[in-house]
Design a binder for this molecule. Structure first.
Ligand code: LLP
Length: 439
C-alpha cells in the first residue's frame, strides 16, 4: 500500500497551525510577493483574472532543471514517461532537453509525433498493442518497441519486414513487490504486464526472439510500479534483470520509472539524482559490461511538482460538529487520483500565502458524487471565503493526463510559465468541444 502519509489524512505528526507553506511542495520557480503566489514570475491571481479558473500552470524551468539534474547524475538515457503528462509543448521540451520519450498508445505516439518528437527517440509500451499501433510505430520508426506478450511477437512477426528488422526490448516481470498502492504495482507475479522471470516465460520469449529474422532483441525492460519511496525495491528488480542481461549478453537495460514524490507536508522522497545514481552504481558494482546502455523512464519525478491546479471557491458548507465542505470549480474530472488511490494533496490560497492556516476543511469538487473529494483535510485560514482562489500543489503528473469530461465538465487549460510570462499550451475545453464527437 501507499506510504501512510500519501493517503491524505492528516496524521497527528502534522501541524495543526501553519505560518508558511512548505516551498518544497511548490514548483522550484515559485515565489511569494506581498502574500501573493507567483510561479516562474507569473502572478497566479493575474492568470486567473485573464483566463478564468480552473487551470493547470506548469513552471517550465522546473521541468527543465529536473531533467538536467537527472541527466547530470546519469550516463545512460532518460526517457520521460509521457503518460504522466503529454502535449505538443511537452514533447518539444523533452526534445530540446535531449531525452527520450516513453509512449504507451497510438494517441501518445501521435501527439508526440505531432509535437515534432522523432520516432526513433520513442520507446513504445503497452500490454495490448494493436496492429494499427504497431504499424504506426514501424511507419515513424519508433526506436524500441517493448514486447509484452507472445501474441505481440506473432503480430510483429507478421507486420515487420525481413529487410528492415524492428528493434525491441522484452518486458520482464521480475517478481518484485514494490511498496506502493496495489493499483500501481507492476513487478509482482500476478500482473498483466510482461513475461515472468521465475515461471520461465521471459527465457522462452528471449529464445524465440533471438531466432527471429524480423525482430532484433537488443535488451530488456522492467518497471515495478509507481510512487515508490523505498529504493530497496529497485535493488531486487535490478538483481533479477542483471542476471538475465549477463546470461544473454545484452547491452541495453531499461529499468522503468517509479520514483515517488512528496505530495503532502512531512513526506520526503529521494531526489531524482540519487535514484539515477543508484541505478548506475548497481550496474557498476554487479559486473555488467561497461558499455551497457542503461535507460530510466521517470514520469512523476520529473513533472509532478512542476505544476499546481488553480480553482475558485464557489460554495462553503459548514456542517456543525462534522466538517466544513469547500467546493471548488473542478474536482475528480481534473484530478481523479484522490478517488482512485486515496492520494493526499495539500491546498493553498494563492492570494493569501502569508496568512496563518489553522482550520481544517474538506475540499470537494463540483461533481455529482460524494466521493468527489480533492483534499480530504486541508489546513487553511479560518476566514476562507467564497470567491477566493484555491490551488492544489503537485498536480503536474497524472492530473491532466487522466482528466475526464465527467458531468460534461470541460477539461481545464494547461499553461506553461517562464521568466514572468505565460502561454496557454492546451486551451480550455468549450461547450462546443463537448459536442464535437456527436454525429
Ligand atoms: N515506465 C512504464 C512502463 C510505466 O508503466 C510507467 C508508469 C512509468 C515508466 C512511469 O512511472 P512513474 O515514474 O511516473 O512512476 N496513474 C497512476 C500512476 C500510473 C503509472 C503507470 N505507469 C497515478 O496517478 O499515481
Amino acid at each position: 500500500m501507499m506510504k501512510e502519509l500519501s493517503r491524505g489524512d492528516r496524521s497527528d505528526a502534522m501541524p495543526s497551525i501553519r505560518h508558511s507553506f512548505p516551498m518544497g511542495l511548490l514548483p522550484s520557480g515559485a515565489s511569494i510577493r506581498s502574500g501573493s503566489l507567483y510561479v516562474a514570475g507569473v502572478e497566479i491571481k493575474r492568470v486567473a483574472e485573464e483566463i478564468g479558473t480552473p487551470f493547470f500552470i506548469y513552471d517550465e524551468d522546473h521541468i527543465r532543471t529536473t531533467i538536467r539534474d537527472a541527466k547530470g547524475a546519469f550516463s545512460g538515457d532518460i526517457a520521460f514517461a509521457s503518460k504522466a503528462f503529454l502535449c505538443k509543448a511537452m514533447a518539444q521540451l523533452a526534445l530540446e532537453e535531449g531525452i527520450l520519450l516513453d509512449v504507451a498508445s497510438m494517441g501518445e505516439m501521435y501527439v508526440a509525433h505531432a509535437g515534432g518528437f522523432p520516432g526513433d527517440r520513442m520507446i513504445l509500451h503497452g500490454n495490448n498493442k494493436s496492429d494499427q499501433e504497431l504499424a504506426f510505430a514501424l511507419e515513424i520508426g519508433v526506436g524500441r518497441i517493448v514486447i509484452d506478450s507472445f501474441d505481440e511477437i506473432d503480430r510483429l512477426e507478421s507486420l515487420a519486414k525481413a529487410d528492415e528488422p524492428v528493434s525491441v526490448w522484452l518486458r520482464v516481470t521480475p517478481g518484485v513487490e514494490a511498496h506502493t498502492h496495489e493499483y500501481v504495482m507492476t513487478g509482482q507475479e500476478d500482473t498483466k504486464f510482461g513475461f515472468s522471470y521465475s515461471a520461465g516465460a521471459a527465457e522462452e520469449a528471449i529464445e524465440l526472439l533471438l531466432s527471429s529474422k524480423k525482430i532484433r532483441l537488443l535488451g530488456l525492460h522492467s518497471h515495478i510500479g509507481s510512487q515508490i519511496f523505498m529504493l530497496d525495491s529497485f535493488k531486487a528488480q535490478f538483481d533479477v534483470m542483471a542476471e538475465l542481461i549477463k546470461r544473454y549478453g545484452f547491452l541495453e537495460l531499461n529499468l522503468g520509472g517509479g520514483l515517488g514524490v512528496a505530495y503532502i507536508d512531512g513526506e520526503e522522497a529521494p531526489a531524482i539524482a540519487d535514484w539515477v545514481s543508484m541505478a548506475e552504481s548497481y550496474a557498476k558494482n554487479s559486473g555488467l559490461p561497461d558499455n551497457l546502455r542503461l535507460v530510466l523512464e521517470p514520469g512523476r519525478a520529473i513533472i509532478a511538482r512542476s505544476a499546481i491546479t488553480v480553482y475558485r471557491v464557489g460554495t462553503i458548507k459548514r456542517l456543525k460538529g462534522i466538517r466544513t465542505y469547500v467546493s471548488i470549480d473542478g474536482g475528480m474530472s481534473d484530478n481523479p487520483r484522490p478517488v482512485l488511490y486515496e492520494s493526499g494533496y495539500e491546498a493553498i490560497l494563492p492570494e493569501r500565502m502569508n496568512d496563518v492556516s489553522d482550520t481544517i476543511y474538506t475540499i470537494s469538487g463540483k461533481h455529482c458524487e460524494s466521493g468527489d473529494i480533492v483534499v480530504s483535510s486541508a489546513l487553511l485560514p479560518s476566514d476562507l471565503a467564497v470567491g477566493e482562489l484555491l490551488a492544489t500543489p503537485v498536480t503536474g503528473a497524472y492530473g491532466y493526463s487522466m482528466a475526464s469530461n465527467y458531468n460534461k465538465v470541460g477539461r481545464p487549460p494547461v499553461i506553461f510559465a517562464k521568466d514572468g510570462r505565460y502561454r496557454v499550451v492546451v486551451r480550455r475545453e468549450t461547450l462546443g468541444d463537448l459536442l464535437r464527437l456527436e454525429e
